[in-house]
Design a protein around this ligand. Structure first.
Ligand SMILES: [Zn+2]
Length: 183
């Protein structure tokens, strides 16, 4: 599956070949740039991202996003996997950076594709969702104000998937509610 209903294939973010500077670089199958003038080829590969389902007393931890995209909407602690990093390490790092907490060994639940826009650039991502124990007491969490406007604890069944940031997170929440993984 390349695109879900709500995911419209975006147009190319590049107009000039980054190797030779000529105009007219082709964008093929949403993933490959080709320059007919100099033969340059570049793959716009899918980026790996992670999201953390952190539960405490039956409630899930959300972050109110302080930054675009989806500023003001609810997301999970998480982010992009860095070069050379394992997905599990990225999850622990992002939770530490965004909410100041430590996590136990994460369990992979599922994954969904997403498109992530940042200013005029965009990325295809595959978002991996993990459940992990939060080892830090909730009242000791310290969120990063640059990325997080507030921390929000919600009963999973009270969350309307449509209110969540990103189509992949909405799909994850529907998966979670129908999977029995919350029982
Ligand atoms: Zn070129």
């Amino acid at each position: 599956m390349l695109y879900t209903k709500e995911m419209t294939p975006p147009s190319s973010p590049f107009h000039y070949c980054p190797a030779c500077g000529l105009k007219g670089i082709e964008f093929l199958r949403q993933k490959e740039f080709r320059c007919a003038a100099c033969g340059f080829r570049y793959f716009h590969s899918v980026a790996t991202a992670v999201g953390a389902l952190l539960m405490h007393d039956g409630k899930a931890l959300f972050i109110e996003r302080a930054l675009e995209p989806s500023k003001g909407k609810l997301g999970l602690a998480g982010g992009f996997v860095d070069p050379g990093e394992r997905a599990e390490e990225a999850l622990a790092r992002e939770v530490r950076e965004e909410v100041g907490g430590e996590v136990g060994v994460p369990e992979l639940l599922t994954s969904f594709p997403n498109q992530y826009s940042f200013r005029t650039a965009w990325y295809h991502t595959c978002d991996f969702y993990f459940r992990a124990d939060l080892l830090t007491p909730p009242d000791r969490l310290i969120s990063d104000p640059k990325e997080v406007a507030s921390l929000v604890w919600l009963e999973p069944r009270d969350v309307n998937p449509d209110d969540l940031a990103f189509s992949s997170l909405q799909a994850f929440w529907r998966f979670l509610l129908s999977s029995g993984r919350l029982e």
